[in-house]
Design a protein. Sequence first.
Length: 139
Amino acid sequence: MKVTTEYLQFNTESRFKLVNITKQVEKILKDSGIKEGLCLVNAMHITSSVFINDDENGLHNDYYKWLEKLSPHEPIDQYRHNDTGEDNADAHLKRQIMGREVVIAITNGKLDFGPWEQIFYGEFDGMRNKRVLVKLLGQ
């Protein structure tokens, strides 16, 4: 069995950002030579997410509105976590909603997606360095 581990680095220019990372993951897969197996992609920070969905601007706008409605950033004093001096309690909750990782089957050397599926990095407390793990297992 082959194992490949790589890390993607992010430092977004805004607090909230959805980044399509499909091409980066596909390149890692191609370089690995793995033809059959599994691909794990996970956010390595508690205020960011990795998820799969459609790459459509209206949907991304809907995500922002929906997440802000469920867990608004302001007022920051509405959250006990922010009593510690932080201002990112909403980002922790958004991450919980959107998820930590995805697993994608690798078939014939490609990510085995359904129609329209793409991998996204979701940033909810940006403007600082964060990582995403990409781990491939297979042959």
